[in-house]
Design a protein around this ligand. Structure first.
Ligand code: NAI
Length: 208
């Protein structure tokens, strides 16, 4: 499989397949046809087959998909069969909320460190992890080999911090700050803007 040739639209749909298959697996379903998956997910069966064909198809024609196998294969494609160490930078409202969300760890995303530049927050424990001063971020990342840095800091700080991260071998940045980051190509950046989702919702309301 050549990961580069898969469209971003297909990749973006994989987590949803993964969630549905996880629920099916947990309810004891062993096999599912693309038609049944289509009804459940409200995606056409042909779209499902097209998506899965990007990865070799996964299923036997007419016999349906083996749910557990498909679930595990999608996990592998998404890299969820491996653990990812992450640091949260910014221990304010959002940083603390993310640090407190246990489900990320069930998916293999392990919070290893939380950093802030506010001395009043340093030493505070969030789910057993002590907030450390931002000045110790660089040595911490170098010593502990972090995969992902989560940026929950104001945008001005995010730009500077991304530059620092670029020099410390972080593989990816999960960026919540409302700013586009300039980092080298070897660092993957995923921007999350909850307000974009809210604006889409607003569009849905006014165009109903
Ligand atoms: P907050 O003010 O509660 O927390 C920000 C934290 O960052 C503070 O504890 C502050 O001391 C720390 N900080 C500031 N500069 C720093 C630096 N250079 N290094 C380390 N720590 C630093 O703010 P909140 O509500 O948690 O939001 C954080 C950021 O996330 C903001 O930029 C906000 O606009 C953004 N945000 C984005 C959302 C999204 O959907 N993308 C949703 C909510 C907030």
């Amino acid at each position: 499989m050549d990961g580069k040739s898969i469209s971003q639209a297909v990749i973006a749909r994989l987590p949803r397949y993964y969630r549905y298959l996880g629920d099916l697996k947990d309810s004891g379903v062993e096999r599912i046809s693309s038609q049944d998956l289509s009804r459940l997910m409200k995606v056409t069966a042909s779209k499902i087959r097209q998506d899965f064909n990007n990865f070799g198809g996964f299923g036997q024609q007419g016999y349906g998909y083996n749910v557990e196998y498909l679930y595990n294969e999608i996990a592998k494609i998404l890299g969820l069969n491996e653990k990812h160490n992450l640091v949260i930078i910014g221990a304010g409202n959002l940083g603390q909320a993310l640090a407190n969300y246990m489900n990320f760890e069930r998916r293999g995303f392990i919070v290893r460190g939380i950093f802030d530049n506010n001395p009043a927050l340093c030493g505070k424990e969030i789910r057993g992890i002590r907030v450390q001063h931002i000045d110790t971020l660089e040595p911490f990342i170098r010593e502990n080999s972090m995969d992902i840095a989560v940026l929950t800091i104001p945008k001005e700080s995010a730009v500077r911090t991304a530059e620092l991260l670029a020099g410390c071998n972080v593989k990816a940045i999960w960026n919540f700050a409302h700013v586009d980051l300039n980092v080298p190509d070897n660092i993957v950046v995923e921007n999350v803007h909850l307000s974009d989702s809210l604006m889409k919702l607003s569009y849905g309301i006014v165009n109903k």
